[in-house]
Design a protein around this ligand. Structure first.
Ligand code: TYM
Length: 332
């Protein structure tokens, strides 16, 4: 049985990009593999957060995990900051990482530019972010990490750090493989379909949130940018808007893009968009209802307490092993 791990930041509300690129796949994987899925609150604080809001978002994301079908009987679900091994290992990995490796990270370049544009200094936490992510993964000897396309570079760094450590200190870490789906790994913005859909986008018409009301979803899809040639076809380069909508339809329903294109041959974009809106609403509405019920129940704390206990057991062993390899502390 392979071990699978992934995580999501509790900053902002998730978009259908996060859902289709990551969370929906987590649910499929839990039936056949040993899974760890967590909430990376320590990653969220690499940019400024309101403390009460962050706390609320941690619970909301847990409720969303469960509402989407993650089952605490099958997967270990926990909060990163409740497992100190993550930051402990991150420090040991930091001491084996070069500045140049982190300066090359495209997400760091994007995010630091945004911070600078707001007149805010660039936090060291933002710079160190990929090392903490590497620690998240290497702590648990995982085989696969299901993520969206934007995390590919971070996964490559994780593999490099693991290999380097193993060469320097002897076999310590398993080398993880990214698991990036063929469709859905890069859901694009609705108004600017050449850029990624992101929860931190300033224009709410660019994304669909997991918590958007049905009528908001319908409006956003109706006004999504397409093109003027009126032909339903998948062509990411020349028809990025329509191709993105086809991809969303395909990942939600499981129908292949070719089959959707064939079914809509000769139809206008209007019909396709209104059908897509109903597909999205039908997927999200039950999740939203379950999420509301869960938020008011004690289940969330029970799940997270149990998850932290399980994760801590695994993490503690690995931290001790790495400390021993690096000569930290006293030999007992
Ligand atoms: P985060 O919180 O930004 O995003 C969570 C997951 O959603 C995917 N994603 C998308 N997929 C498709 N289309 C999009 N438009 C889209 N936007 C986001 C992301 O690729 C991700 O899989 N660094 C990570 C969190 C993390 C992590 C980890 C992941 C921390 N430690 C260890 C895996 C393993 C992040 O910021 O994801």
């Amino acid at each position: 049985m392979a071990r699978i791990l992934s995580a999501i930041q509790p900053s902002g509300t998730l978009t259908i990009g996060n859902y289709l690129g990551a969370l929906k796949n987590f649910v499929k994987l839990q039936d056949e593999h040993e899974c760890l899925f967590f909430i990376v609150d320590q990653h969220a604080i690499t940019v400024p957060q309101d403390r009460l809001e962050l706390r609320k978002k941690i619970k909301e994301l847990t409720a969303l995990y469960l509402a989407c079908g993650l089952d605490p009987e099958k997967a270990t679900i926990f909060v990163q900051s409740e497992v100190p091994g993550h930051t402990q290992l991150a420090w040991m990995l930091t001491c084996n990482t070069s500045m140049g490796e982190l300066e090359r990270m495209t997400q760091f370049k994007d995010k630091s530019q945004k911070q600078a544009a707001k007149g805010q200094g660039i936090g060291v936490g933002l710079f160190m972010y990929p090392v903490l992510m590497a620690a998240d993964i290497l702590l648990y000897d995982v085989d696969f990490v299901p993520v969206g396309d934007d995390q590919k570079q971070h996964l490559e760094l994780t593999r490099d750090l693991a290999e380097r450590f193993n060469n320097r200190f002897g076999e310590t870490f398993k080398i993880p493989e990214p698991l990036i789906a063929k469709t859905g790994a890069r859901i694009m913005s609705l108004q600017e379909p050449t850029k990624k859909m992101s929860k931190s986008d300033d224009n709410p018409r660019n994304f669909i949130l997991m918590t958007d009301e049905p009528n908001v979803i319908r409006k956003k899809i109706k006004s999504a940018v397409t093109d003027s040639d009126g032909i339903i076809a998948f062509d990411r380069e020349n028809k990025p808007g329509l191709s993105n909508l086809l991809e969303i339809y395909s990942v939600i329903t499981g129908e292949s893009i070719d089959s959707i294109v064939a079914r809509y041959e000769g139809c206008g974009y209007g019909q396709f968009k209104s059908d897509l809106a109903e597909v999205v609403v039908a997927e999200l509405e039950p999740i939203q209802n379950r999420m509301k019920e869960l938020l008011n129940s004690p289940i969330i704390d029970e799940v997270l307490d149990r998850g932290a206990e399980q994760a801590n057991k695994l993490a503690f062993k690995k931290v001790k092993k790495v400390e021993h390899k690096m000569g930290l502390g006293r030999k007992k």
